[in-house]
Write a protein that binds this ligand. Sequence first.
Ligand code: 3HC
Length: 282
Amino acid sequence: MRVGVIGGGLMGSGIAEVCARSGVDVTVVEADDERAERSRAAIERSLARAVRSGKLDEAGQAAALEHLAVTSTFEDIAGSDAAIEAVVEDEQLKRDVFKRLDDLLPDAKFLASNTSSVPIMKLGAGTKHPGRVLGMHFFNPVPVLPLVELVTSIMTEPETVEAVREFAEGTLGKQCIDSQDRAGFVVNALLIPYLLSAIRMYESGFASKEDIDHGMVLGCAHPMGPLRLSDLIGLDTLLAVSESLYDEFRDPASVAPALLNRMVEAGLLGRKSGRGFYDYSK
Ligand code: 3HC
């Protein structure tokens, strides 16, 4: 099996790592050589971490690297059996990627998007074969979290869904849940209003960020509190998902707090930029 992953950021590099570790030949496409190099370095670091924690042996690490290619040339994925798009949450950019994938991979079994906010139908609509387009939504960190949401548009063929389920569960060892093509799908529709209300709580001075986070870790056994989790997801992504939830449902719980807008405008995007609610620069 040969898969192209478009976008080698936080999610794309995680998806590519999981593919390579499962014996899938994977080619990551990035926008330029510098980003491609950063993506390869992130995957190599994550593989080294898995070796250190005893989850992967050195032979497994070497095998995974053999299955991995990283490029800045889109056409390098020609001939792939499938593609997974994981570029930033920009609707027009994603639509352009799907148009290119549709033209470059006429025989691919499926064209999946890891989007957390763009309706799958909008991506399928610009292709000649919307029946093979669907959402394959992974969770961060991708090598750790087992869930994949399978999102079917009103045009996705049942055979496409079953092929992707077999790939996600049988090949990658993930577990799937099914969702209709609605903003937020299942998990983000529940998670994002919770994260936004934690930001509102902090913004209003109701409690400190540390106490909000400790409260949910110690009182509800969450692995991390909501502000730290927002930093992990990326505040730009959180903002994009909240906007798409609000566009679809007009629920005041999905309105982004002013503080979130200001932080994104300031480039404080969380872990990936070195600073969000917490400082990660050291
Ligand atoms: N890549 C690979 N492995 C990682 C990793 C990463 N980025 N981060 C952590 N790990 C592994 C570690 O190697 C470690 O493995 P080990 O137990 O074999 O040693 C294990 O995960 C635990 O890591 P740590 O001991 O360093 O730290 P924690 O125990 O605090 O776990 C965490 C870190 C896995 C991030 C955990 O806090 C967690 O699961 N947090 C919640 C994450 C979450 O909710 N994600 C969903 C976000 S929503 C989303 O992605 C959707 C999007 O559309 C918005």
